[in-house]
Ligand binder design. Structure first.
Ligand code: HEM
Length: 422
C-alpha cells in the first residue's frame, strides 16, 4: 500500500464532493490505478484477478437463478431441469454459466495457488495473505458442495449423503452431529433448505474475505517471479500496464469458459444427476466433482485402522481435512530463505512432483478404491504429506540456491529470461 495517498484526477464536480466526504474514490484510485506493481510480473499473476471476476459472475448468475429455482425436495429437480432449462428465457445460459463457472473458479484458484507455491508468495511478509487464501479455499469448497446438492439429482443426493456421513466417524458426537446437519434422520427436504440458505450466504462471505486478501496483498505489494524485494524504480503503476494485461488474460479465459458453456455444457456434470434424487437407488460409483477428487482419493486411501486406536473411516476423514489444514502452515514449513523456485534448483523438481502427485490423486479419486487405483491413492497421499511435512522443511535447510539478483537490472540476470519475462 502506498504510504502517501494520491488524489484522483478530478478537480471539481459531484465525484470530488462525494470523495471529500467519503474518500472511497481516493482509496480505489490508489489501490487499483496507481498501485505500484513489479515490472516483471508474468502471466501467472493474471489468475487472481480472473478468480475475482468469476466470483462476481457466480454471484450474479446465482442471484438470477434463484429467481426461478424452488428450494424444496419435491420441486427442486423440476425447477432446474424443467423450468429453468426449458421454459425460462435464457435460463439454460444462466444455469450453464453458473454450473461451469464453478469448475472454472476452482481451476483458476488451483493455478493461482500453485503459482504461489512456485514463487514462494506465501513467505514473510505475506503469510497472512496466504492464510486468508486457504480460508477462501475452504469456503469455496463448502459453497460448491452445497450448490451441487441444489438440483436434487441422484448424484446430488448421494454425494450429500456420503460426505455428511463422514462426520459420523467423529467419536461420541458424530451421530448426533450428522442428524443435526441433516435436520432429520436422512438427507431430505430440511437438508436441502439449509444447504440452499448457506449456498446463498457463503459467496458473500467469500467476497468479504477476498477484500481482506487484497488489502493484505497491498500492505506489502505483490511478490514477483524473482521473489526478491524490489525498489520503486523496478515498479510501474497498475494502470494501464496490468489493467491491459488482465483484460487480455480475461479474453483468453472467456474463450475457454465460452467453449464449455456453449459446446460442452455438461462436461462436468455427472450423467446420474439428470435422474431425480432417489433414496432407494444408490449409484454404482459415487464420484464428486473433479475439483474434489484429490481430496476424495486421500479420504479413501486410508483403508486400515491406525495404531488400533483410530478406525480407518476416521483416519480417512482426518487425512482429508489435514490435506487442507497443512496448507495453513506452509509459510513456516518452508524453511528456505529464497522465495522463487527459479533460484531453487532442487525445490523446482519437487514442485513439479507435487503437481503430478495431485493429478494422480485426482485420477485415483475418479476410480473405485481397489487394485492399482488404491495403491496410487495411497502412494499419492504419502507423497502429498511428505512434500509439506518433510521435503519442504528439510530441503529449505540443505538446498544451495543460485545467486540471487538484487534488482531487475542486476548483471546476474543478464542473458536470462528473468530480466524481460513479463
Ligand atoms: C476467490 C478466490 C481468490 C481470489 C479472488 C484471489 C484474488 C487475488 C488477487 C486479485 C491477487 C493479486 C493478483 C495475483 O497475484 O494473482 C491475489 C494474490 C495472492 N493470492 Fe489470491 N485469490 C483467491 C484465492 C487464493 C487462494 C486459495 C490462495 C492460497 C491458498 C491465494 C493466495 C494468494 C497469494 C499468496 C497472493 C500473492 C501473490 C503474489 O504477490 O505473488 N489466493 N489473490
Amino acid at each position: 500500500m502506498s504510504t502517501e495517498l494520491q488524489q484522483p484526477p478530478f478537480k471539481s464536480g459531484v465525484l470530488r464532493w462525494i470523495d471529500e466526504r467519503l474518500p472511497v474514490l481516493t482509496w480505489a484510485y490508489n489501490e487499483l490505478v496507481v498501485y505500484p506493481a513489479p515490472k516483471n510480473l508474468n502471466y501467472w499473476w493474471n489468475f487472481g484477478s480472473l478468480a475475482g471476476i468469476i466470483l462476481v459472475v457466480q454471484i450474479v448468475t446465482g442471484v438470477i437463478l434463484v429467481m426461478s429455482y424452488t428450494p424444496h425436495a419435491d420441486l427442486a429437480f423440476d425447477s432446474v431441469e424443467g423450468y429453468i432449462m426449458r421454459d425460462v428465457n435464457w435460463g439454460w445460459l444462466i444455469r450453464y454459466l453458473h454450473a461451469n463457472g464453478a469448475s472454472m473458479f476452482f481451476a483458476l484458484v488451483y493455478i493461482h495457488m500453485f503459482r504461489g507455491l512456485y514463487y514462494g508468495s506465501y513467505k514473510k511478509p505475506r503469510e497472512l495473505l496466504w492464510i486468508l487464501g486457504v480460508i477462501i479455499l475452504l469456503l469455496m469448497m463448502a459453497t460448491a458442495f452445497m450448490g451441487y446438492v441444489l438440483p436434487w439429482g441422484n448424484m446430488s443426493y448421494w454425494a450429500a449423503t456420503v460426505i455428511t456421513n463422514l462426520f459420523s466417524a467423529i467419536p461420541l458426537v458424530g451421530e448426533p452431529l450428522v442428524t443435526w446437519l441433516w435436520g432429520g434422520f436422512t438427507v431430505a427436504n430440511p437438508t436441502l433448505q439449509r444447504f440452499f440458505s448457506l449456498h446463498y450466504l457463503l459467496p458473500f462471505v467469500i467476497f468479504a474475505v477476498v477484500f481482506l486478501h487484497i488489502l493484505a496483498l497491498h500492505q506489502f505489494g505483490s511478490n514477483n517471479p524473482l521473489g526478491i524485494d524490489l525498489s520503486k524504480k523496478d515498479k510501474i503503476p497498475f494502470h494501464p500496464y496490468y489493467t491491459v494485461k488482465d483484460v487480455f488474460g480475461l479474453c483468453v479465459f472467456l474463450l475457454v469458459y465460452g467453449y464449455f458453456v456453449f459446446y460442452a455444457p455438461t462436461a462436468f456434470i455427472s450423467p446420474t444427476n439428470f435422474i431425480p434424487a432417489d433414496p432407494l437407488q444408490t449409484p454404482t460409483h459415487i464420484v464428486p466433482e473433479w475439483y474434489f477428487l484429490p481430496f476424495y482419493a486421500i479420504l479413501r486411501a486410508i483403508t486400515f485402522d491406525f495404531l488400533w486406536i483410530v478406525p480407518a473411516k476416521l483416519g480417512g476423514v482426518i487425512a482429508m481435512f489435514a490435506a487442507i489444514g497443512v496448507l495453513f502452515f506452509v509459510p513456516w514449513l518452508d524453511t528456505s530463505k529464497v522465495r522463487s523456485a527459479r533460484f531453487r534448483p532442487i525445490y523446482k523438481w519437487f514442485f513439479w512432483l507435487l503437481v503430478i502427485d495431485v493429478l494422480v490423486l485426482g485420477w485415483a479419486g475418479a476410480n473405485p478404491p481397489e487394485g492399482w487405483y488404491l495403491v496410487a491413492a495411497q502412494l499419492g497421499t504419502l507423497y502429498y504429506f511428505a512434500h509439506f511435512l518433510v521435503i519442504m522443511p528439510v530441503l529449505g535447510k540443505i538446498e544451495r540456491p543460485l545467486p540471487l539478483p538484487t534488482s531487475l537490472s542486476d548483471p546476474v540476470l543478464r542473458g536470462t529470461r528473468s530480466q524481460t519475462a513479463n
